[in-house]
Write a protein that binds this ligand. Structure first.
Ligand SMILES: [Zn+2]
Length: 237
């Protein structure tokens, strides 16, 4: 077995045997990996409470022969502990790691995705914004090359959009949309994030706008990625 080092973000964990834990992680240089943390569930484990979802670690690992590597040692970069103490933040963090999990595949190098996700979780741990999820989802769509085109109506170029056609990723004006589905304020928030000005949007928003913003963006993301996010709909059950 050969040893390697990488920064990892723990996405999910599973119990294995008596006292071990399997971690599904996004590694900065190695992309998505699954690793065994031996003895992680023992009270005196050297991994302590550090191999939990949302934690960011510098790790030494043994490369396994199969698809499981073995965690040898970890140093904490960011525990993001507050994400486990606040239900709202925990649900948002769970949605972030679920999105990251769904867009990443074994064998891909994904340093930009790693940076986007770890920065977002650290920021969520420090502060909370009602626009957090929508902003993260839009930035993820940009990274994936799937962001909607919102410069103007696809048919006539009118910048006053009232609807976004998710199937093709463009906006439509009042004349060309089947029916208005999105407020101008939300279009403006989306444009601001797509232009890279995320900080101002994270600091903005009324409760009504934020909830519409999140709904529009998350529906769009689920449509273009053809998925349903379990963590996002857990409250609907
Ligand atoms: Zn039009």
């Amino acid at each position: 077995m050969s040893e390697y080092k990488d920064s990892i973000l723990v996405l999910r964990t599973y119990k294995l045997a008596e006292s071990d834990r399997i971690l599904s992680c996004l590694a900065k240089q190695h992309g998505k990996i699954r690793v065994v943390a031996k003895g992680a569930r023992k009270p005196k484990s050297k991994f302590g409470g550090r191999v939990e979802p949302f934690t960011e670690l510098n790790a030494s690992l043994w490369k396994g022969r199969g698809e499981l590597d073995t965690l040898r040692q970890v140093d904490v970069i960011s525990l993001n502990g507050s994400l486990h103490q606040d239900l709202d933040k925990m649900m948002k963090a769970a949605t972030v790691v679920e999105m990251v999990d769904k867009v990443s595949f074994d064998g891909q190098e994904l340093p930009e995705l790693f940076t986007l996700a770890t920065r977002a979780l650290r920021s969520l741990a420090r502060t909370d914004s009602p626009n957090f999820l929508a902003v993260f989802a839009l930035r993820l769509l940009v990274l994936e090359g799937l962001a909607p085109q919102l410069d103007g109506c696809r048919v006539c170029g009118d910048p006053n959009l009232v609807s976004i056609e998710a199937r093709h990723g463009y906006g439509l004006c009042i004349t060309h949309a089947v029916s208005p589905t999105i407020s101008p304020r939300i279009v403006e928030l989306m444009r601001t994030v797509l232009a890279g000005r995320t900080a101002s949007v994270l600091n903005l928003g009324t409760k009504e706008d934020s909830s519409e913003f999140e709904k529009v963006v998350m529906e769009y993301l689920e449509h273009v990625l053809s998925l349903k996010l379990f963590s996002l709909h857990a409250n609907d059950l």
